[in-house]
Structure formats: structure tokens, C-alpha cells
Write a protein that binds this ligand. Sequence first.
Ligand SMILES: Cc1cc2nc3c(=O)[nH]c(=O)nc-3n(C[C@H](O)[C@H](O)[C@H](O)COP(=O)(O)OP(=O)(O)OC[C@H]3O[C@@H](n4cnc5c(N)ncnc54)[C@H](O)[C@@H]3O)c2cc1C
Ligand code: HEM
Length: 413
Amino acid sequence: MRFRIRRPADPPAPPSPEEPEPAPAEQDVEPEAAEPPLSAHEIELIRASVTVVEPLAADMTVYFYAILFARHPEVRPLFPPGMDAQRGRLLRALLRIVDMVDDPENLVRFCGHLGRDHRKFGTLRDHFPAVGACLLDSLARYAGPAWTPDIAAAWTKAYGVVADVMIGAAEEDARTRPAVWPATLVHRVPRGSGIAEVTVRPEVPYAYAAGQYVSVETPWHPRQWRSYSPAHAPREDGTLTFHVRAVPGGTVSTALVHRAVPGDMVRLGAPMGDMVLDAAVHNDLLCVAGGTGLAPIRALVEEVARRGGRHQVNLFLGARTGAELYGVDDMLRMAQRHHWLTVRGAVSDEYIPGIRRSLPQVLAEYGPWYHHDVFLSGPAPMVTSARQTLTLTGTAPDRIHHDPFDVSALATT
Ligand SMILES: Cc1cc2nc3c(=O)[nH]c(=O)nc-3n(C[C@H](O)[C@H](O)[C@H](O)COP(=O)(O)OP(=O)(O)OC[C@H]3O[C@@H](n4cnc5c(N)ncnc54)[C@H](O)[C@@H]3O)c2cc1C
Ligand code: HEM
């Protein structure tokens, strides 16, 4: 199987009401051949081995990193000092890739995202054989007697395919943009309820599309990258404003909300995510947001305005209590300016006349929505229940857009 890496598209045009040019989300990587990279037998062998090691994944992860760092101390500085929370991600992704080995298109898209995303970690081509060998040794150890030369050969092949696509996508990406963008924090404005608006100014232009999200690394927690969504369409002055909520015990969010001061330096990874307006060129929009999940939705609303308000936008804001209905005043002000924008609230756990209902109830009441393109953003349970309600009432799944809940690079569509 050969893979063709498509040339990256140009960066998004600056905002221009006369000629609104959609900003490309990011480069796509497409498979050239339709056939899976592995034979049916090899796929079967790999899946069977995963079934054996999956219950032991936690121990295997510890072992994997232990041998990786012992054999290749040069890669240790790429990883966060304390890795407990994230330890499982790399290995989970590797195991998840197994689910895609017979789906080349998704596999290549997924690995292309991952490869580009890995640039911010400082990953190099030469690191891949080291990780691959430690992975294989870990699998062999935890699969025990179930490990055979045929399984080892199938895994070697699968890892090679994945690594090739990741390396190719990263190297292609490196031709057109930096791996990271240093940025100066220029404002931090507390908004109550543990939320702050944090504005940064990248040192060099940072092209992104409204609705995308950005990995941020702070000086206080090096190599701990967290995703935040700019709450606006691209600005002429190039600044980005994030709405950050300090989660209880949260490492990076707490620092951004309570510690950051103007002049602090952060680093940004490349923008990610497909929750962009181009996914809904001709249809009206249904947007559902909870908490700071409003940020990318707000950006999309600004983008609709920038393009001349050619979509009707129905925005539903959900929260447990009235006090948690984040950003509602701001959005109501926007609705006064834009006739195509309707804003409704839904509060589930507090009696407020007119809006005490769960989001699924409200969506069902005002629907049906199957002619709309849908953008969902907020806590995972909210997104999951809204998605369920909408698909049950006839919205096609491919019209429903939302970001991944956990590992950013796991978005495959
Ligand atoms: C695509 C995407 C976009 C995002 N956009 C935004 C945004 O615009 N604004 C924003 O504030 N956040 C956003 N997030 C969440 C953000 O990336 C971090 O997960 C969050 O700030 C917590 O990071 P932390 O380092 O403070 O917490 P960690 O140190 O990683 O975690 C500390 C504790 O908090 C828990 N925790 C982690 N995340 C959450 C959460 N979201 N809610 C409740 N508990 C949590 C963990 O399980 C852990 O127990 C986004 C996440 C994704 C995947
Ligand atoms: C097939 C090969 C690989 C796969 C599938 C893979 C997958 C992943 C995934 C899914 C994540 C989490 C990403 C996120 O949080 O957004 C991750 C993180 C990371 N990967 Fe990889 N990876 C691979 C190879 C490598 C290599 C070769 C290196 C270089 C040593 C590397 C270094 C890292 C680092 C430093 C992190 C961040 C870890 C953390 O924050 O805890 N990866 N990887």
C-alpha cells in the first residue's frame, strides 16, 4: 500500500467581508490505494493479541515507558515530568489504531492528525523505531505464550504503516508552518465562577479557522499541553482570546485563571478540529453549547456574521443552574445585532420560569433539526445526550459536528 500525502492548503485568508474565503481546517492526508495496508489474516492476528493484552494495559503502559526511558533517555525530556494522568494516551492510541487497520482512509486521516500534532512535542523521525521496538517488547511480554512470530511480524508491519504516515504528515507540515508559536499573554480578565478570559498575542501570525481549538503550554507546567478554543473568528490584530474555566484540581486551567499575568509567555500548537463553518456550507445551523464550550460556537457565530449572515443560527445554551449559564448576556447582545441569530437557554436543576428543562427536552420541543448542520460543544455528557436526541429525531450523524472529549488527536472525521 502506498500513501499519497496531499499538499497542504494555503493558510486562511484574513477576514474580508467582500470576499469571505473559508479557512482550511488543516492538511488532509489521503490514502491513494483502497486496499487495507494489512491482510485479513494479519488484522485478525493483531486484534487477537490486543484482546489478550487489553486487560493488562495499565501495567503494560508502565512497563512500556520504563523501558523506553531506560533505553532511550534522550526522549524523556519530550514527556511531562509527572505523567500519571496522561500515561495511557500514547498506548491507548496505538491500541485504538488496531480498530482502524481495515479502514485505510480513517487510519491515514487519524495518523496524519497525530503526526502533525506530535511536532509540538519535539518528536523526530529517529524516535519512531525506538518507540516501535519498546512497544513490540511490551506487547510480547504481556501477551506471554500467545505471542508468536506471525503476530510480531503483523505488529511490525502495522506500526511501520502508522509511523510512515505520522512522519510523512509531520514533515509535510514542517514545510509550511512552525511546530509551535510562542505567544505573549496580554490580558487576563476574571469573569466570575472560576472563569477568565485570557488573551494572547502570537509572535508570528497564527492562522486558524473559527471553531477550531488550540493546544496551549504554560511556563508553569512545561510539556503539559491542554486544548482551548478561541472565542472569536480570526482577528486583524492576530490576538486570540480563550475562555478558561479553572477545573477543581486542574493544573493548567488553574494557572491560566489565577496565576497568569500580562507579559507571561505561553506556547501554542497548531490549530486542530473540524468544527468549522465549511462543514455546513449551505444549511442553517443548530448550535448547542454548555459552559466554556460556548467559545468555539461564539467564534462560529462571528464567522457567520463575517460572511454576511447567510445562515439562520439557532443557539441553545445549557447549564444546570442559571448562574452557570455562561455567556448568555453576550450572546443575547449578538442576537440583537443579528436577525439571523436566535438564543435560547435551558437550565436543568433550578426552577427558572420558561427555561427549566433539560437540553434534550428543549431540542425536541423546537425541532425537528434534520435540515440543519449541528455544532455541539460542552461537557461530554451534554454533547452525548444532545447527539443522541438529534439522531433519534432524524438528524444524519454526518451533520453533527463536535470536538473530541479527551485526546485531541483522536478526531478521525
Ligand atoms: C477540544 C477541546 C477544547 C477545549 N476547550 C476548552 C475551552 O475553550 N475552555 C476551557 O476552559 N476548557 C477547554 N477544554 C478543556 C481543557 O483542555 C482542559 O482539559 C481543562 O482546562 C483542564 O485542564 P487542567 O490541566 O486544568 O486539568 P488536569 O490537571 O488535566 O485535570 C485535573 C482534574 O480535573 C479533571 N478535569 C479535567 N478536565 C476537566 C473538565 N473539562 N471538567 C471537569 N473536570 C476536568 C481531571 O479529571 C482531573 O481530575 C477543552 C478540551 C478539549 C478536548
Ligand atoms: C505510532 C506511533 C505513535 C502513536 C500512535 C502516538 C500516539 C500518541 C497520542 C495519541 C498521544 C496523546 C496526544 C494528545 O494528548 O493530544 C501522544 C502523546 C505523546 N507522544 Fe506519541 N505516538 C506515537 C509515537 C511517538 C513517538 C515516536 C514519540 C517520541 C518519543 C512520541 C512522543 C509523544 C509525547 C512526548 C506525547 C505527550 C505525552 C503526554 O503529554 O503525556 N510519540 N502520542
